[in-house]
Design a protein around this ligand. Structure first.
Ligand code: SAM
Ligand code: DTB
Ligand code: SF4
Length: 330
């Protein structure tokens, strides 16, 4: 995986090895956003149908295994200790509780169980119980995913040995805007962890957030950064900011929902073989916009009434929506 951050629009190609896929400039992604909505969706549908069953949606269930008290200052996050969001810092959940949730997710039909911890990164003593969780969840016949923050050398290999299938680590926004949202770590730090994950043979889940106050160019730069990873991420969560009271971004205005659909469509076109996940903020988008997102190439969701600390549509409502749209689970 390429582990560097682009600081300017990319126009040229690496000199020696051919990239696995086309390199995308920021201007090219902006040009996708500028297409008439119907033309953009048509193109996205074509790419989607060339690469996936257009009516099959992968479902992952989230569980916060360690909530609150995070040292980092990510301006959108309910779990940062720097903001008063009314969230209590909790200890790591016991294995029994994690397995109860994983069994329920499996019974509901989720194919992947994703465990999130509000850490800058796991200390060595933190990792051991998480490895046990991965081993036990895997035994239930679920795909496993964790999101634990930045990894130290050797930790990715331990996770792989425990049977981890996916590691979620988002780059969140464009290189240019990153420092206005997060100051306690850099985008390069995130890239370094992504390289460790990929090198250990774990599938990469990496995406970002819209609604942070970014420009359309910044949204395009986020997608270009993701699309130019080599290889491209296996799974790309596109989150719509959930406004959290008490955070610096808690009063942000929601973005135009059609621009959210454009973001999904451009992700599909630029990352044809990746699962594009319609992620946080789905509740707020409503069913009509969600249907447009599926049409634009989203083929994965978080399933179950809770994300990490905020609400998600309940599973029964999603089942009904799937039935109305003729969608099936992967
Ligand atoms: N601490 C770990 C990390 O930062 O990677 C794992 C948990 S963190 C909550 C995972 C991701 O959730 C963030 O990178 C961000 O993309 C997303 N996220 C967090 N809060 C959000 C919010 N309020 N709205 C939308 N997405 C959010
Ligand atoms: C991702 O991209 N979105 C998920 C997951 N990966 C870990 C998290 C969304 C969090 C939304 C706000 C919350 O519930 O705290
Ligand atoms: Fe901590 Fe992750 Fe929230 Fe940032 S996004 S404050 S690293 S839990």
């Amino acid at each position: 995986m390429t582990a560097s951050v682009a600081t300017a629009e990319q126009t040229c190609c690496p000199p020696t090895t051919a990239p696995a896929t086309k390199r995308w400039s920021v201007a090219e992604v902006e040009a996708l956003f500028a297409l008439p909505f119907n033309d953009l969706l048509f193109r996205a549908q074509q790419v989607h149908r060339e690469n996936f069953d257009p009516n099959a949606i992968q479902r992952s269930t989230l569980l916060s295994i360690k909530t609150g008290g995070c040292s980092e200052d990510c301006g959108y996050c309910s779990q940062s200790s720097r903001y008063d969001t009314g969230l209590n810092k909790e200890k790591l959940l016991p294995l029994t509780e994690v397995l109860e949730n994983a069994r329920a997710a499996k019974a509901k039909g989720s194919s992947r169980f994703c465990m999130g911890a509000a850490w800058r990164g796991p200390k060595e003593k933190d990792l051991e119980p998480v490895l046990e969780m991965v081993r036990e969840v895997k035994k239930l016949g679920l795909e496993t995913c964790v999101t634990l923050g930045m990894l130290r050398d050797g930790q990715a290999e331990k996770l792989k040995d425990a049977g981890l299938d996916y590691y979620n680590h988002n780059i969140d926004t464009s290189p240019e805007f990153y420092g206005q949202i997060i100051t306690t770590h850099t985008l390069q730090d995130r890239m370094d962890t992504l390289a460790k994950v990929r090198d250990a043979g774990i599938n990469v889940c990496c995406g970002g957030i819209v609604g942070l106050g970014e420009t359309k160019k910044s949204r395009a730069a986020l997608l270009a950064e993701l699309a130019n990873m080599d290889p491209q991420p296996d799974s790309v969560p596109i989150n719509n900011l959930v406004q959290i009271e008490g955070t610096p971004l808690g009063q942000n205005e929601a973005i135009d929902p059609f621009d959210f659909v454009r973001m999904i469509a451009a992700a599909r076109i630029t990352m044809p073989k990746s699962y594009v996940r319609l992620s946080a903020g789905r509740q707020e988008l409503g069913e009509g916009i969600q249907a447009l997102c599926f049409m634009a190439g989203a083929n994965s969701i978080f399933y179950g009434e809770r994300l990490l600390t905020t609400e998600n549509p309940d599973a029964d409502a999603d089942d009904k929506l799937f039935a109305r749209l003729g969608l099936k689970a992967v």
